[in-house]
Each structure stands twice: as C-alpha cells, then as structure tokens.
Write a protein that binds this ligand. Sequence first.
Ligand code: PLP
Length: 392
Amino acid sequence: MEIYCDNAATTALDPEVIEAILPFLTQNFGNPSSSHWAGRKVNEAIADSRRLIAGILNASDDEIYFTSGATEGINLAISGVVLTYGINHVITSKIEHKAVLQTISQLEKKGDVETSFVKLDERGNVDLDHLENLLRANPRTLICLMHGNNETGNLTDIKAVSKLAQQYNAIFFTDTTQTIGKYRFDLEQIPVDFLVGSAHKFHGPKGTGFIYINKKHRIKAQIFGGGQEKGQRGGTENVIGIIGLAKAMQVAYRDLDANLEKTGKLKQYMLSRLAISGVQDMDYNGESRSLEKSLSNILNVSFPCLPEGSLVKILDASGIAVSGGSACSSQGSSHVISALRCRQNRENVRFSFSKFNTFDEIDHIVQAIAGIYRAGQAAQQNQSRFHFELTN
Ligand code: PLP
C-alpha cells in the first residue's frame, strides 16, 4: 500500500485539470504570439486564464503575470523592487522559504541591500511591534514575509503587515505559495504589492505559476526576450502550464470550503489518533497543532529520536511518503525548525494532507508510527535487531 501525505511538497493533478489541458496537448498547439487563427485561439485561452485568476483574487487582469512557479516570481519581486527603486533595506524572517532567503542573500552579497530579521516568538509568530520598530527606523524598506509557512503551517497576519506597510510607506511582498488555492484573498481589502502562486501546490501542473504585481508597480524584468507578459517575463508562454494553473485555481476556489473542512478534519483526526497511539513524548512544532493559527493541511510533529534510524525513512520503506528533517542524524534540522525554539535532538516530521487523503490512510500512518516505536522499544529491551513491517 502506498500513502502520499506530503502535499505541502507537491500534489497530485486533479482529473479536471488533466481534462482542461488535453486539447492544448493535441489540437490547440499555436504560438500565442502568432497573429493567425492558431495563435489567436491559444492567446484567447491565456487571456481567459489570466482573467479567471485575477477575478479570484479581486485583482485586475493586467496585474497577473505567468511564471515558471513561485521561485521565479519570488526572484522577480525581490530583485525587481531592489533594482527598480534602489531600495536598500529588506525586512524578512528566518523562517521564509529558501527562494526568499537566497534571493535576499545574493542581493546582500552584491552590496545592494541590508537585511533585518523580524523577531519571532518561540512558536514562530511575527512580533508586529518589532516589525513596526524596524519600519520606523528604515523608511525605504521592502518587507518579505510569508503568509503560510511550508513546514509548520504557521499563518502570518498579512492584514496587520499590510496596514503597517501602508502606514510606513514600505513595499510588501508576501510569499503565498502555500496559501493560494487554500485561502480566500481579496486584494482590494488586504492590499499587498506582490504575491506569488504555484500550481503544483493545489493540484495543478509543476513548473507553472504566477506573480501578482500591484498596478502601481512596473519592475525591472529578470528574463528578457520577445516582450511576452508585457515585457515583465520574456519567452514563449508555457501554455499547458497556464491552462492547468487556471483550471486548478478555479477548482480549488469552487471547492474551497469543502477542501478546508476535509483537510481540517484529517488534521484533527490525526491529532486525536496520535494522542492515543502510545507514542511517548511527542510535541508539535510552531503553531502546527492549531487550526486557527496554522494551515489546515499541515501538521508538524516532533518525535523522540529512534536509535534505529530515521522515522521518515522507515515510513518510506513502508510505503508512506511524508517529509521532515531529523536532528537525530547527520541530516540536521531544517532552517525553519532551527529558527524556532524547538526541542533539540528530535525527529521533526511534516504530514501534509490534501482533499485526496482519507481517514483510513491516517489510521495506517498512526498505526505504523506506533508500531515503529514499539518495535524500537522491543529491540532495546531484548537487545535484539530492530524489525518493523506494516501489516496490510
Ligand atoms: N515558497 C514556499 C513557501 C514554498 O513552499 C515553495 C515550494 O516548496 C516555494 C516557495 C517554491 O515554489 P516552486 O516550487 O513553485 O518554485
């Protein structure tokens, strides 16, 4: 039996998305820049996709630019702002995705920016007072703070950050890779300058996404070419990716309430099963345990180290795909877990759910975990070889 419970890494394609893409793999092959019928057909489909995404976010069509995914959008937003406006100060946090931290660090190495890290509490929540102090001291600032953390699921109050950004005339980029498709946005109500989305996080294809650029900005491009995407991003469009992205957005927002309910129930169910699993000394990282303060589809559990090896690897050998960073081995904890004041020498495992997971699968995962710890204890008590096999 194979169980996939790593949906914060990527998700399975939705059948409706596959259906939407198919005509663009077969008959609709034109280049959207061509002025003839074949090009026009595809060009119109791209325009429809842009309109659909803009509508969902309460933005306008000309604020949506297609990219190869969130990483490209992040690079474009951060480098674009710094190079266009000469902004030389960035406020970010230690728990951002590497795409954000690495982009900032490259700019820092070139001497383009200085970085301030906003304080986080022990659960990884942004200290808004400290953010305000930093903004007060640095008038020309770019704020890069993520909406939903990809490891702990922690949600940042982007409404509060947006308010502060407006009050101090700062530019606000938020990495929404984990929340687009899982959270309702109204960019009229909560204005931001830039945000990004990536289709493969919500049952669309990999290698395709978008950046929202508030219409008050026109930033320097990073990829030059034939003037596509209004010159913000050259190169023939990834037509299949764009069609798949838009369909995935449409399906995700049409079914948003049902999906949130399903993943929230899966998370609650897993919490309740773990509580009676018999595994001792478990903990939860960040705000992961909370349904209000973290994403409904992410649960990050801190387990005691197993002398027999990595829990994630043993689960994998049993057909269960989850992810994590182990401080029990040479692999070490992730930069996110290290930045939070989490317990040391623990195995941190991220379980991340999607609408395709079932309660049966959660039962299997928890039974497997409990079985692994029991087998570990037995091996220690009897001084015998560790052996674990998942039945059925
Ligand atoms: N930002 C966050 C929070 C993510 O979780 C990811 C993907 O793991 C990325 C950025 C990068 O996204 P992409 O795979 O579309 O480049």
